[in-house]
Design a protein around this ligand. Structure first.
Ligand code: PGA
Length: 247
């Protein structure tokens, strides 16, 4: 059985005062029925991990460089994330793919670096609105999956997040049928490539305008194993509702 996961992606939001949201989340869901990961900006990672120590909330980075160290101004390596207390890292988010021109090959290299450091990689895939309109969703998602995920995947080191780019931060979501179609497609692709055992054990999260009002129905769709949540993860009250809905 795959344990559901509620992952919060704070993106470039949050300063010291927002660390209190972590305490509020712990108070709101002291005994969560699903795995919780919060990915704050790198500046908060270490302090957040310290606050979460010993509790049910894990902490993750939002990206990592593919190299362990070196002359890469502004970047953070996977080993540095581990040193700061992270156990997970998001790689290949569409905002990274767009803003930093990250290719599938780059995301694959980052995933390998994450695994080398012992992190669980949350690899993001998803189509743009133009790609969906052109009926290319499954082709795009299949290509990203094949190109971004390295061969040594397991149910522990890999989580996939399906995030339609047009649903991120827009309040729009695909129909439940459309979500199910893509998640079933990803499951089949994982089983074909990695075998049934591994393919069935990898969690597939949905991301893109997940909120308290839709988390339960999306979480009940076939092969949806949780959510990667942006805006609605910033406030503990909202995120706690999503955690309950996914539990
Ligand atoms: P959103 O972002 O929940 O604000 O749509 C999701 C994401 O980009 O991970």
């Amino acid at each position: 059985m795959r344990r559901k996961m509620a992952a919060g992606n704070w993106k470039m939001n949050g300063t010291s005062a927002d660390l209190d949201e972590i305490d509020a989340l712990g108070d709101a869901v002291p005994d969560p029925g699903c795995e919780i990961v919060i990915c704050p900006p790198a500046t908060l990672l270490h302090r957040m991990a310290a606050r979460c120590d010993g509790g049910p909330v894990a902490v993750g980075g939002q990206t990592c460089h593919s190299a362990a160290n070196g002359a890469h101004t502004g970047d953070v390596s996977a080993a540095m994330l581990v040193d700061a207390g992270a156990t997970h890292v998001i790689v290949g988010h569409s905002e990274r793919r767009q803003d930093h021109a990250e290719t599938d090959a780059a995301v694959r290299a980052q995933t390998l670096a994450a695994w080398d450091a012992g992190l669980t990689a949350i690899v993001c895939v998803g189509e743009t609105e133009a790609e969906r309109d052109a009926l290319n969703t499954l082709e795009i998602v299949g290509g990203q999956l094949a190109g971004s995920v390295p061969d040594a995947a397991t149910g522990e080191n890999l989580v996939i997040a399906y995030e339609p780019v047009w649903a991120i931060g827009t309040g729009r979501t695909p129909t439940l049928t459309d979500i199910g179609e893509v998640h079933d497609f990803i499951r089949t692709a994982l089983e074909r490539r990695f075998g049934e055992g591994v393919g069935r054990s990898v969690r597939i999260l949905y991301g893109g305008s997940m909120k308290p009002g839709n988390a339960a129905e999306i979480g009940a769709v076939s092969n949806v194993d949780g959510g990667l949540v942006g805006g609605a993860s910033l406030k503990a009250a909202d995120f706690a509702e999503i955690v309950r809905a996914l539990s």
